[in-house]
Design a protein around this ligand. Structure first.
Ligand code: F42
Length: 147
């Protein structure tokens, strides 16, 4: 079932603005990370406490119609909150990569599968490797598949 509910914009103005630009232009604007020119997607999750919809731009890491969602948060010591939202409900997720969002489900990658996706993630956005070196936690990688 498509994710429905009240949207609570991010407290970070640059994240909020990027989501607004992306959605209002059908992915024509706000579709890269700042001046890197690297593409982003918009991921919607449900807040695991508030129940509100949270929208998070993430780097676009796509392979055969599936996507990696990399919980890097710039190499911060803790996981981003959206990581916990997805752990709480792996089916409560939509992804927008272009004009229309689609419903997805996620699973956290482990072992060889994570290694393969990590390589793709670093190819798409090399700074992920720096982020992993900057933190002691292993950066989680979800694989998102269309429902
Ligand atoms: N972050 C990444 O981790 N990986 C990426 O590849 C990535 C790319 C990227 C590209 C463009 C861009 O603009 C941002 C990018 N970011 C990337 C940053 C990303 O968009 C997020 O800002 C970042 O990962 C932090 O995620 P967060 O979920 O921790 O967001 C914080 C700032 C946030 O919104 N917090 C909310 C708040 O109000 O403080 C809470 C959101 C929430 O889900 N709350 C829950 C609820 O129930 O509503 C519960 C909260 C709780 O207390 O547990």
């Amino acid at each position: 079932m498509t994710l429905e509910g009240e949207y609570e914009p991010s407290p970070s103005s640059w994240v909020r603005d990027q989501v607004e630009a992306y959605e209002s232009s059908g992915g024509q604007k706000g579709n890269t990370l700042l001046d890197t020119g690297r593409p982003v997607i918009i991921v919607t999750t449900r807040g695991n406490k508030s129940g509100k919809l949270r929208k998070t731009p993430l780097m676009r890491v796509e392979h055969n119609g599936e996507y990696a969602l990399v919980a890097s948060m710039g190499g911060a010591p803790t996981h981003p909150v959206w990581y916990y939202n997805l752990v709480a409900d792996p089916e409560a997720v939509t992804i927008q990569d272009g004009p229309e969002p689609f419903d997805a489900r996620v699973r956290e990658a482990t072992g060889e599968e994570r290694d393969e996706w990590w390589e793709r993630a670093v190819a798409a956005y090399p700074s992920y490797a720096d982020y992993q070196r900057a933190t002691e936690r292993q950066i989680p990688v979800f694989i998102a598949t269309r429902r």
